[in-house]
Design a protein around this ligand. Sequence first.
Ligand code: NAD
Ligand code: ZN
Length: 379
Amino acid sequence: MKALVYNGPRDVQIKEVPEAKIEKPTDVLVKITSTNICGSDLHMYEGRTNVEVGKVLGHENLGEVVEVGKAVEKIKMGDMVCLPFNISCGHCKNCERGLTGFCLTANPGTAGAAYGYAGMGPYNGGQAEYLRVPYADFNCLKLPEDARDKEADYVMLSDIFPTGWHATELAGLQPGESVVIYGCGPVGLMAAHSAMIKGASKVMIVDRHPDRLRLAEKICAIPIDDSKEEHVEKIMELTNGEGADRGCECVGYQCHDPAGHEVPNMTMNDLVKSVRPTGGIGVVGVFMPEDPGAADELAKHGKIAFDFGKFFEKGLHMGTGQANVKAYNRYLRDLIHQERAKPSWIVSHELALDEAADGYKHFDARDKGWTKVILHPGM
Ligand code: NAD
Ligand code: ZN
């Protein structure tokens, strides 16, 4: 089958790879119809991980079930399903408590499993014609009869819509509160969308790409361009000098300088400054514990540091980590079905799988207008 494979830093290629197939009786096989490129893929693409050459990437997947393992009971041939990016067993201590991003079985000894991702188990990704889905009864989210019509919305349930929602949950956002979001990429935009749905009184979002900030403005978020204005001051001004009730980190580890390796701990300090005393911070941006390309910088800066003294003084709290997609995706699916949520508003490009390398190149460069790319293997 055809799939997108990692071939080295900033080098991904469409290649013929062995067919995905059912390996355990609890698996199903899904024919992928939509699969997104994610900001998380860029950590591998830019060479910040130890992902192996030849790995099939893609963890934001949706498609049709075309084969069902003997022990699968709830999922049937022909079902349209969206797959949470976390692969989880459903029965371990963490899964039973809804913490499926930290399943103790699917990738033992680590902090969870995912499709097509460095360090997250032996599972291939779905930027391919077919995908093997383990623990299928647990890991498939069945979609309603409008699955085909709203495919660009439903595919966001695999990751970024629940992840944006998770950022607001980790921050403790309540109706009527204000929130500042650092990062206006797909995840930050989904955090803004979630905050609006939850009834935030004021949603401020910080970035430097005017096209992305304009998108945020469309849903009535207040854009703050940190290349043009002092963002912490602006947030203080917008919140009567108090600071935002809640803050979301939707940037993570970023290397803006293609030649250098900047250690991007600034957003954490910005959040500590701009959230009011006793407020909450939700961190979903991914901070890589090890960056093979930046070992010297990480050693120099003592890993990824932030002002813990100020964090303590203000009595802030913080939640971090991968989103437990399953904890939210059924409810967010129903919001989409009822047209109370429409995450596809951020989609800028829908490409054939064959055009994936081009999609990675433009999305990685944050080229104007390239906000979110969906790949269609069948197109
Ligand atoms: P993205 O890289 O397209 O978006 C990040 C945005 O942050 C960009 O628009 C960039 O200009 C902006 N930015 C960079 N430095 C900034 C700064 N100092 N202040 C404000 N904005 C800044 O990617 P994305 O798809 O939106 O993903 C964002 C992060 O979320 C990534 O780290 C990704 O790995 C992570 N992520 C986490 C989860 C999870 O489960 N926790 C899931 C999906 C993605
Ligand atoms: Zn993702």
